[in-house]
Design a protein around this ligand. Structure first.
Ligand code: NAP
Ligand code: ZN
Ligand code: ZN
Length: 350
């Protein structure tokens, strides 16, 4: 039996149960692994969907968390990219096959053998469960670890590992730049990063929100316009306007009036994963040759590019730091939209 590392964390023991203190074992670092002492971990809405088994197939006990920033405390003997004391980040996956065409293109999130999720997943051996960042430490192969600048406050960097890359990747893929008309649906963890990043890329950004109270924030974050979508006729006034819509809404809503705001050849990118299927009126796509697309986080190289872009432009997430004991309260507040704009757990409180 190989040695293991005793690790403290917070886990959901079954669907719909509150998260509670949980002890488990991690592997000793192998030759290519680093051991990271976790300092901060963001709370993504995907953590809530999975801890509550809203997508089905969740594996329990579950230690969620995939917006991880920490300090390297040990390295395996073949590690070349990191040394003890370095800051490091871990996002939504910790391994992949490394040989399929997606992996070779740096699109490990689409690995044809399936990426190994940071939690709620199994390792490449197909049996060892993975546990995420609501914990004191994590062991990860250096090829799936990101370099984190010491120029930025790290508690504000943690959410970049999911919310940052998930919004950066489609903005790059759809070539957003100066003059692009971009709309962002939903001002939450993903949405606020989309606004900041699109504005930094030179786009003209419109916030499409259901929360009047977020208007001033949206403008402060970089939005040039704000549309309260619940207001009669508000979306209709934007018909034919946007080149790209970043949809980060976590709940099931009628997409058709939003699709009508796309310009000819415009695209809506689905990032949000509401539990229910979407109803689509084909005319919403046919007129204007609109596209409805999806995007999933981003590969390792692009995640590093995003972190470097954010360090160069001084972009981080707006966070509310909480002690680990407040996770359950933070879940409830996230669902109500009562967070400006990401909860981040201070792991020293574990
Ligand atoms: P979040 O912080 O809870 O933000 C979601 C936002 O959606 C809310 O702030 C709210 O914005 C809007 N919203 C919520 N309920 C709504 C409703 N009933 N009608 C209209 N708008 C509503 O969540 P998040 O962490 O940003 O995650 C958003 C979604 O993306 C989740 O489903 C998550 O699982 C998914 N996700 C996907 C990926 C990917 O790779 N594709 C990665 C991470 C997360 P307003 O108050 O402004 O309306
Ligand atoms: Zn996430
Ligand atoms: Zn692969």
């Amino acid at each position: 039996m190989p040695n293991t590392l005793k690790t403290k964390g917070y886990a959901a023991l079954r669907a719909h149960s509150s998260l509670e203190p949980f002890s488990f074992e991690r592997r000793e670092p192998r030759d290519h692994d680093v051991l990271i002492e976790i300092l901060y971990c963001g709370i993504c809405h995907s953590d809530i969907h999975q801890a509550r088994d809203e997508w089905g197939g969740s594996v329990f006990p579950m230690v969620p968390g995939h917006e991880i920033v920490g300090k390297i405390t040990r390295v395996g003997k073949a590690v070349t990219r990191f040394k003890s004391g370095d800051l490091a980040g871990v996002g939504c996956f910790v391994d992949s096959c490394r040989t399929c065409s997606s992996c070779k293109q740096g699109l490990e999130q689409f690995c044809t053998e399936g990426m190994v999720g940071t939690y709620n997943s199994v390792e490449r051996d197909k049996k060892t469960p993975t546990f995420g960042g609501y914990s004191s430490q994590i062991v990860v192969d250096e090829n799936y670890v990101l370099r984190v600048s010491d120029k930025l406050p790290i508690q504000n960097v943690a959410p970049l590992l999911c919310a940052g890359i998930t919004t950066y990747s489609p903005l790059r893929h759809w070539k957003v730049g100066k003059g692009s008309r971009v709309a962002v649906m939903g001002l939450g963890g993903l949405g606020h990063m989309a606004v900041k990043l699109a504005a930094a890329m030179g786009a003209e950004v419109t916030m499409l929100s259901t929360s009047k109270a977020k208007e001033a924030d949206a403008r402060r974050l970089g939005a040039h316009a704000f549309c309260l979508t619940s207001q009669d006729g508000a979306l209709a006034r934007l018909e034919g306007h946007f080149d790209l819509i970043i949809n980060s809404v976590s709940a099931s809503i009628d997409l058709n009036p939003y699709l009508a705001t796309l310009a000819t050849n415009g695209t809506m990118v689905m990032l949000g994963v509401p539990p229910k299927a979407v109803e689509l009126q084909p005319f919403s796509l046919i007129f204007g040759r609109h596209s409805l697309a999806g995007s999933l986080i981003g590969g390792i190289a692009e995640t590093q590019e995003m972190l470097d872009f954010c360090a160069a432009k001084n972009i981080t997430s707006d966070v509310e730091v909480i002690p680990v004991q407040k996770i359950n309260e933070a879940y409830e507040r996230t669902i109500k939209g009562d967070v400006r704009y990401r909860f981040v757990i201070d792991m020293k409180t574990l």
